[in-house]
Ligand binder design. Structure first.
Ligand SMILES: O=C(O)C1=C[C@@H](OP(=O)(O)O)[C@@H](O)[C@H](O)C1
Ligand SMILES: C=C(OP(=O)(O)O)C(=O)O
Length: 431
């Protein structure tokens, strides 16, 4: 367990930077590359712990993956190129890895076992097992099929119609990966639009999916063809620098080549409502994914309400939005965000508890939190805990921009789950 001290001492954040590759897109590029026929080249893959676990799982499943330190090359042999792993598949801290691979492996003709870290052992897996069981899948987990360890006895599945209980790209993607291997048409409906990277990347690999609003039709079986993927920067990682710039007087930052997929830009919509000076430039597309440079300047902000269909578009950004709201004039209310309770930690509790320790005026609710902002009022320093949650760790590090004493983040090594170069980049930006 590593403690790291963060103390920005109100130093403006300045300059031009890039953030590591998008985590969701990185996982999917490895998955599709592994099950496609032919060569897939991935540039800009996130080398965070979560994606490295996905990569290691596919190596264990017998996929030929070369890594020259810059580019990943996968020599895929289609779905038949996956073979039973002799050992347990360890997903570490990564919910995306386990949930997407449960869907994928439920239709492969072999036996698989998954484990992960303590956090993964507390996160619900029945949300994946239920729809796959409806397709005839045989998956089992601890506590009545709810928790890891999970075993999967892969076999041919039948198509189904399923309505997701929550808007979740992990559930949607797990079912799509099973449906791609299943003869017939599988139909999914989600209550609100979740991130659509799987759908976009499926098309980049030559696959098909019909999308009508929040209903998806997948006809299987499908054969995919390897391609070249350039992964954009992760807006969920950029969010820490965007907020750092907005709350530290004198800041002006350009974050280059960030993914601005419409299902991921809830943060930008909230910032506009709060009056933030954030602009996009150099807009383009990489493999069906919109990309732009984001320019951020210190701004005076006002509180806002964040709820409903916007929540899935910014779910991972809520801890850092809570910090931002401490500096906005008036009240910020976040509701309809119960999903925060089943992330790496219960992010309602960990955000509220740790920001309260730093003197923030914040209160947890059943489905979110309420923050009373005090623009210009410094936060306190002292010991705070990430509880092994990378996003809580980085949010607390950015709080150190405005603290009167250093903010010492316990279990700060968790940050490498999604942003290994975070501390270095933050120090480089502090003018
Ligand atoms: O599919 C993905 O890549 C992800 C989906 C989201 O989870 P849910 O599907 O549980 O909402 C998000 O919180 C997670 O960081 C990554
Ligand atoms: C929730 C997250 O990831 P995962 O579900 O893949 O662990 C996250 O990165 O914030």
């Amino acid at each position: 367990m590593v403690d790291i001290s963060f103390f920005g001492n109100h130093k403006a954040l300045k300059g031009t930077l890039t953030v590591p590759g998008d985590k969701s897109i990185s996982h999917r590029s490895l998955i599709f590359g592994a099950i496609a026929n032919g060569t897939t080249v991935i540039k800009g893959l996130l080398r965070g712990d979560d994606c490295l676990h996905t990569l290691a799982c596919f190596k264990q499943l017998g996929v030929d993956i070369q890594d020259d330190g810059d580019t990943i090359t996968i020599h895929g042999n289609g779905l038949d190129g996956l073979n039973e792993s002799e050992r347990i598949l360890d997903v570490g801290n990564s919910g995306t890895t386990i949930r997407l691979l449960m869907g994928l492996l439920s239709a492969r003709p072999f036996y698989s076992v998954f484990i992960g870290d303590d956090s993964i052992h507390r996160r619900p897996m029945d949300r994946i097992i239920k729809p796959l069981e409806q397709m005839g899948g045989q998956l089992h987990g601890r506590k009545n099929n709810r928790y890891v360890p999970i075993t999967v006895v892969g076999q041919p599945l039948k198509p189904t119609e399923y309505t997701l209980p929550v808007a979740s790209a992990q559930i949607k993607s797990a079912i799509i990966l099973a449906a791609l291997q299943t003869k017939g048409v599988t139909k999914l409906t989600e209550p609100a639009k979740s991130r659509d990277h799987t759908e976009r990347m499926l098309k980049a690999f030559g696959g098909h999916i019909e999308i009508e609003g929040t209903t998806y039709l997948v006809e299987g079986p499908q054969n995919l063809t390897g391609t070249t993927i350039q992964v954009p920067g992760d807006i969920s990682s950029a969010a820490f620098f965007i907020v750092g710039g907005l709350i530290t007087p004198g800041s002006e930052l350009t974050i280059q080549s960030v993914g601005v997929n419409p299902t991921r830009i809830g943060l930008l919509k909230v910032l506009e409502a709060m009056g933030a000076d954030v602009t996009l430039s150099n807009e383009r597309e990489w493999n069906n994914e919109p990309v732009a440079d984001i320019i951020v300047r210190y701004s005076k902000l006002k509180g806002t309400t964040i709820s409903g269909d916007l929540i899935p578009q910014l779910i991972d950004e809520i801890p850092i939005i809570a910090l931002l709201a401490t500096q906005a004039d008036g009240e910020t209310v976040i509701k309809d965000a119960e999903e925060l309770k089943v992330k790496e930690t219960n992010r309602i509790d960990t955000t509220v508890d740790e920001l309260s320790k730093l003197g923030a005026d914040i209160r947890g609710t059943d489905d979110g939190m309420t923050i009373h902002g005090h623009p210009g009022k410094p936060l306190k320093g002292g010991h705070v805990h990430s509880y092994g949650d990378h996003r809580i760790g980085m949010m607390l590090a950015i709080a150190g921009q405005l603290s009167t004493e250093p903010v010492i983040v316990e279990e700060a090594e968790a940050i490498s789950v999604s942003f290994p170069s975070f501390e270095t980049k933050l120090k480089q930006s502090q003018s």
